[in-house]
Design a protein around this ligand. Sequence first.
Ligand SMILES: *[C@@H]1O[C@H](CO)[C@@H](O)[C@H](O)[C@H]1NC(C)=O
Ligand SMILES: *[C@@H]1O[C@H](CO)[C@@H](O)[C@H](O)[C@H]1NC(C)=O
Ligand SMILES: *[C@@H]1O[C@H](CO)[C@@H](O)[C@H](O)[C@H]1NC(C)=O
Ligand SMILES: *[C@@H]1O[C@H](CO)[C@@H](O)[C@H](O)[C@H]1NC(C)=O
Length: 481
Amino acid sequence: MRQPRMKVAIFILLSLSSPHLLAESAIGVNWGTISSHRLKPSTVVDLLKQNRIQKVKLFEADPYVLRGLAGSGIEVMVGIPNELLPGLSSSPAAADLWVRQNISGYVGKGGVDFRYIAVGNEPFLTSYAGQFQNYVLPALLNLQQSLAKVNLAGYIKLVVPCNADAYEATVPSQGAFRPELTEIMTQLVSFLNSNGSPFVVNIYPFLSLYGSSDFPQEYAFFGGTTHAVTDGSNVYYNAFDGNFDTLVSALTKLGYGRMPIIIGEVGWPTDGAISANLSAARAFNQGLVDHVLRGTGTPLRPSTPPMDVYLFSLLDEGAKSTLPGNFERHWGIFSFDGQAKYALNLGTGSGLLKNARNVQYLPSRWCVADPSKDLSTVENHMKLACNVADCTTLNYGGSCNEIGDKGNISYAFNSFYQLQMQNSRSCDFDGLGMITFLDPSMGECRFLVGVSNTSSAPVGSCPQLVTVYIAVMWVAWIVAV
Ligand SMILES: *[C@@H]1O[C@H](CO)[C@@H](O)[C@H](O)[C@H]1NC(C)=O
Ligand SMILES: *[C@@H]1O[C@H](CO)[C@@H](O)[C@H](O)[C@H]1NC(C)=O
Ligand SMILES: *[C@@H]1O[C@H](CO)[C@@H](O)[C@H](O)[C@H]1NC(C)=O
Ligand SMILES: *[C@@H]1O[C@H](CO)[C@@H](O)[C@H](O)[C@H]1NC(C)=O
């Protein structure tokens, strides 16, 4: 407790002397954990430290992750899932309990350095059709009280990450929040302002490009464009700045044009769609980092870049829903096992990305289709394997789309086998699978080897119950067809 209080004092002094230029922009990362192959948190924290990444954003208070971050000195924004908002909004006691269970227990010397609590994740998203929006303000008020009770309200700020679809405009200077959100946004920004909290927004030029065939490709990047957007006397050369200033205009209309802004998510995926590839992701992320750290700001906020920018994402998450597209599992600047996908300099002084150290891989073996077998009956096996394991790279635009028929089958078999922690029965597939010690990877298409997240030797650590369950499902499914 002593240490945080001291930092509060310093914070106040700084904020009196320069309200909007507290510090230079910092580059942080989102650390999501919807993956079937999770690195040990200590390995991830070491990866963050090696790359001098000082700020991390989490989507929920996962005790396993928080224990890994304890004592690291890394600043944390921790999220509260939307599903918890109804409970937190209706009951001060529920908010107290959330804070006690997920914050207070980790704070103190050698603990977790929480700076922000993200209340909900994009709760105003159009596709939620208003499902969460009325819970946001009451939840914020309850949580603010709960933080005050444990003397953390001055140190930990509440924020609400919004998707850029919360506002709209044809040109940035016309930016306004969606009409149905005007009232709630007015209350939200007033709350944020009275607590000295920033506005947090997620901006995705990739999705604009992916979603619209007339979106000018160069405008998504930072290398200059023949499709600049002219807005009165201002000219926009990239979608990021245009989007940022649209938000600035929307805030200005509500009377908070100087509110600090944090980018909660921004990034570019590397697989699962044509425009999701390594060179595009490198170009976008390096362009973004250089642009932000140069500090030039935007036409409406010259010399005032976003306070912090959290890249989406640190690691690939192979178990995420593919509803948005197959690219959804490939946003990492590192692959699931902490290997840098491309050369990227985050401007943190550590040079190009450095790989994770001491990753505990399962043994170097893979499951592939037995070439001597008749594979004409393999379809159902493939479907079931790809229902649970990740096969997104096989699809059009993916890195494994051109490995042929047998390649497809082997890829699916292997994904499933690694997901099952290389349990030998999981490579059976009615006798069509076989284990190989030769890496079947082809060109850009990587056949993965799983990682172990336990400290003990991985062999024999297979979760038996899960295997049995899957075997049962398998039989049930095949019988049903
Ligand atoms: C290891 O990862 C699995 C999922 O892959 C997870 O269920 C399990 O809880 C993790 N191990 C520990 C010690 O948390
Ligand atoms: C603490 O956070 C976790 C993860 O979001 C959640 O499952 C749990 O319910 C929270 N605790 C309380 C008391 O709300
Ligand atoms: C990678 O994505 C960029 C950006 O959309 C695209 O122009 C390029 O053609 C893609 N590269 C490949 C090899 O598909
Ligand atoms: C492999 O599977 C993908 C995804 O279903 C498909 O697009 C591709 O055509 C397949 N390749 C062959 C040779 O069947």
